[in-house]
Design a protein. Structure first.
Length: 404
């Protein structure tokens, strides 16, 4: 690859705006931040624009074509929270610079018949064919079973261990089989023995408390069944947990569609008909929920110093997973985080440096010398107007410019 110099742009390094105007890419990595343009470099004029790290979506479920769609929106890495893209299945994806890179939990520890089985219509079979290696299904009902699955998941290439803590009440299926505290505790304790990161699916306040008491590193939803309390905020903050709120998912569960996003011409030109239809739908399983309560919870968590990570829970182009689309919904999530009270710069950190730090992705999430050249160039200044993240001028994945 040739040497490329991006000049004249404001640089947001994943933490803060820098005072430099030049970033030099050499092959797949960032060679230089600031300084002079090297002789012979190909120059990209970034005047009037902001250069950011490639965005990271901290909660997705993959589908055929979803990683290519994500990259078209400047999402250079996706963190799969249940799916097939463990290390044994993704070598071809890691080397493909036309799709977002991915990390995966594999399948989550949950009881037989537990969440997410209730979300699938009877007889539904996702498309896309079988992966090279079928995933491990870690169904667990006892502490011994949960603990035994952890090393097996890690050996099979799970990048982190996920636990489902869900009785189905928010999804309209109360009484689902759910992990009890002892089983959850045993699984988390076993993961800690291996130094593995742990995450939990928690849609209710009580499930969130269970995750905190078990020592889970982070929850990949913010609860939506009731307003926050000082006690739960203090518990999360005191445990140094991170939270991936997925506000857009909560909105969809309440019947709020993503039509406002689908109507945006900056989004519409990147979506096909199936994704457009999906984005215009909603889960609509918890209409009694209050979005203002969710936003207030996010505001309280951020004020308490909890690390907030940006994620969407985007899945497949099916209307029963409605209101969400890969890539597009992360930009909407950033707007939700700002609506909750985060500054635009704080929201950008939630989709770049903070997520990279909490998931141990030391080679990305920042604009710094020696890191992967995963970059997003947008017109305007998203540190002042978060909506500018959709004014995409150019995207690089490992130094390779995406052809749009």
């Amino acid at each position: 690859m040739a040497t490329t110099a991006i000049t004249g742009a404001q640089v947001f390094d994943g933490e803060k705006p820098l005072g430099v105007r030049t970033v030099v890419l050499d092959g797949r990595k960032i060679r230089q931040v600031g300084g002079e343009v090297p002789d012979g470099a190909e120059v990209v004029d970034g005047r009037g624009a902001t250069l950011l790290p490639g965005l990271i979506d901290a909660h997705v479920h993959s589908a055929p074509g979803s990683r290519a769609l994500a990259l078209r929106f400047g999402v250079t890495t996706e963190l799969e929270m249940q799916g097939l893209n463990t290390r044994e299945n993704r070598a071809h994806l890691s080397e493909d610079d036309t799709v977002a890179d991915i990390r995966s939990s594999g399948f989550a520890i949950t009881p037989p018949g537990g969440h997410p089985s209730e979300l699938m219509p009877e007889g539904f079979r996702p498309g896309g064919g079988r992966p090279p290696v079928m995933p491990l299904m870690p169904f667990s009902t006892t502490p011994e079973e949960a603990a035994a699955f952890v090393p097996r998941l890690l050996a099979r290439g799970s990048d982190y261990i996920k636990f489902m803590i869900d009785d189905g009440s928010v999804e309209g299926h109360p009484g689902l089989p759910m992990l009890d505290q002892a089983t959850l505790n045993a699984g988390v304790a076993e993961a800690k023995k291996y130094g593995a990161l742990t995450v939990a699916h928690t849609l209710t306040l009580d499930a969130t408390r269970m995750a905190a008491e078990a020592g889970v590193d982070g929850v990949v939803h913010v609860f939506m069944d009731r307003p926050h309390t000082a006690e739960i905020v203090d518990l999360i903050a005191g445990a140094d947990m991170f939270v991936v709120p997925c506000v857009g998912l909560d909105a969809s569960m309440m019947g709020i569609t993503g039509s406002d996003v689908a109507d945006d011409p900056r989004v519409a030109r990147r979506l096909d008909g199936n994704w457009d239809k999906t984005l215009r739908a909603s889960y609509d399983r918890y209409p009694q929920g209050k979005l203002e309560d969710v936003l207030a919870t996010v505001r309280a968590l951020a004020a308490a110093g909890v690390d907030i990570l940006a994620g969407t829970d985007a899945s497949m182009p099916e209307t029963f997973f409605g209101g969400l689309a890969h890539g597009a919904s992360l930009h909407r999530e950033l707007r939700y985080l700002v609506a909750a009270g985060l500054t635009p710069a704080h929201a950008l950190r939630a989709a770049t440096a903070t997520t990279a730090r909490r998931f141990g992705l030391g080679d990305r999430g920042r604009v710094a010398e020696g890191l992967r050249a995963d970059l997003l160039l947008v017109d305007g200044d998203p540190t002042a107007d978060i909506g500018a993240t959709l004014d995409i001028r150019a995207i690089w994945r490992r130094g390779s410019l995406l052809k749009d």
